[in-house]
Every structure is written in C-alpha cells, then in structure tokens.
Ligand binder design. Structure first.
Ligand SMILES: Nc1ncnc2c1ncn2[C@@H]1O[C@H](COP(=O)(O)OP(=O)(O)OP(=O)(O)O)[C@@H](O)[C@H]1O
Length: 264
C-alpha cells in the first residue's frame, strides 16, 4: 500500500475546467496521482472520466486549470519538452487500438522506432521482452491482432503501452469485455507490474472487483469534480447518493464479499 501522507504527487491537476459548447464537464476539478499507486477513477456515465484522462495525457487542452507532471506544467513547456514528458505516459484505451495490419511485435516496436529511434532489430528484440512481461506466450509476438482472443489483445495493447518504460500507466476500462476470470487475471497483472516496475496507474473503471482487488485509492467523479479521493473503505462511507448506490448496491456488496480484506 502507498503511504499517501508523505509522498509528493507525480501528477497534480488543479482547477481543471472542461467544456463542450454549453456543457461543462469539469468545473474546478483537483486530483493528485501519487507515486507507485493504483488509482481507480469511477463515476456515473458521462461524468468525464475519459475526458479527465485525455486532459492529463495532453490529448485535450482544458478550458482552464493546470496539469503538472513531475512538477512541470505541460501547457508551459516547449513542444520538445512536452513530448519528452509525454513519453513518461503509457496509455491503454478501451478499444486496445492496435494496428490490425501489424503483428503484435511490430505494434510494440513502432513507438520504439518512432520515438527513440531504435533500429528495427533492437526494437523487435525489446518488443518480444514486453510481450513476455505481459504474460503472453512468445509466439503471440508474430500474430496479428485479429488472431488473438480479447484478453490477449488487451495484454498486447498493454505491452505496447509499456514500450517506452513509462512512469505512469493510464488505462481506460481495461477489463471491459473480458470474462470474469480473464478480468481478474488482467487486474492481477496490472498490480504486479505496478509493484515490480514502480509504476503509478490511473485506471478508469466501472468494475467493482477491480477496485477491491488492486486499487490503493479510489477517486469518485461527481458534480463536475472529484468528490472524494481516498481509500476504498473511506470512499464507500461518503455521504453521496451515487456512492452509496454504487458501493452498497447488490453488485457492490457482492464485490465486498469477494474481497473481505480490501480497504483495511
Ligand atoms: N469530443 C467531444 N465533443 C463533445 N462532447 C464530448 C466530447 N468528448 C466528451 N464529451 C462529452 O463529455 C462528457 C463526458 O464524457 P466522458 O467520455 O469523459 O465520460 P465518462 O465518464 O468517461 O463516461 P462513460 O463511463 O460512459 O465512459 C459526455 O457528456 C460526453 O458526451
């Protein structure tokens, strides 16, 4: 477990505002991501979890507010400095987003060739190591995404997100579409990688089992901001209708029953 009282955040979001036309999605939102933590981000549909992820990784310029990564405000950096900082992010979108015309190894090698100028041979070698790191069999490296199961595609996409040895991994609903056993295995893989590689993980999810199984803290998006970000146990006690329905409804009770030690 992470001791959040002494460590300095590696990402600090302050006063974030995001609007689309007349719709305000975030209004003065604050959030910290701590080193080596798995932070679960939850909230009702449309509360802006994906928009928050996109704002942090620099895919969306917020209407107001700041995002500091390792103490540096991304918006004030030069293009080159910004690209260096952004390399510290590994992102896994819901769709997996692998190139279908490239093999798994080629998909992983691509950022290594494009961003750090590795030779094709070295990139291919490293790509194969990432394949193994995510628990895929070595032969998966030479397969095309369409030849893999849903769970294997997720692992391959995770391997690509890890290609540049990021400090922070951003995952948008990584277990969506997986069967419960595949989802639990993927959760454990994320926890293992976080602990072994010292990664921080920002994990958007609807999956209560994921929260109970691997998250150090949980941030709840509600009312256009982060309503609470704390241990699961404290978050579940928050006096808010959505939180109460989510954590203490039938699915929440079932997840708590499955993971009795979580949040203690
Ligand atoms: N590019 C865009 N243009 C217009 N509106 C957008 C855009 N991107 C997001 N939105 C709106 O912002 C709101 C938040 O979207 P977002 O995808 O972040 O929600 P979410 O919390 O991730 O939802 P879900 O849990 O359903 O995936 C939604 O109302 C969405 O329609």
């Amino acid at each position: 477990m992470v001791n959040t009282t002494v460590a300095k955040p590696i990402v600090e979001v302050r006063g974030l505002v995001n609007r689309f036309g007349k719709q305000t999605v975030h209004d003065n939102l604050d959030l910290d991501i701590m080193p080596r933590e798995v932070l679960g981000v939850v909230g009702g549909s449309g509360t802006g979890k994906s928009v928050l992820l996109r704002s942090i990784v620099g895919l969306r310029r917020p209407n107001a507010g700041s995002v500091k990564v390792f103490g540096q405000d991304l918006q004030t950096l030069s293009e080159e400095e910004r690209s260096l900082q952004e390399r510290r992010f590994g992102v896994l979108f819901q769709s997996g987003a692998l190139f279908s015309s490239l093999t798994v190894a080629e998909n992983i090698a691509l950022p290594l060739i494009e961003h750090i100028g590795l030779s094709r041979r070295d990139a291919n070698h490293l790509a194969r190591m990432k394949v193994m790191l995510t628990g895929l069999p070595p032969e998966a490296a030479d397969k095309y995404p369409s030849m893999l199961s849903g769970g294997m595609v997720k692992r391959a996409a995770l391997a690509r997100a890890l290609a540049l040895d990021p400090d922070i991994l951003f995952l948008d609903e990584p277990t969506a579409g997986l069967d419960p056993i595949g989802a639990a295995a993927f959760d454990q893989l994320i926890r293992t990688l976080c602990d072994a590689l010292g990664l921080s993980v920002f994990l958007v999810t609807h999956d209560l089992d994921t929260l109970y199984a691997i998250c150090d803290r949980v941030a709840v998006l509600s009312q256009k901001r982060v309503l609470v970000a704390d241990t699961l146990e404290r978050v579940a006690q928050t006096d808010d209708t959505w939180v109460q329905d989510y954590f203490h409804g039938p699915r929440g009770r079932a997840a708590a029953y499955q993971h009795p030690a979580a949040g203690e």
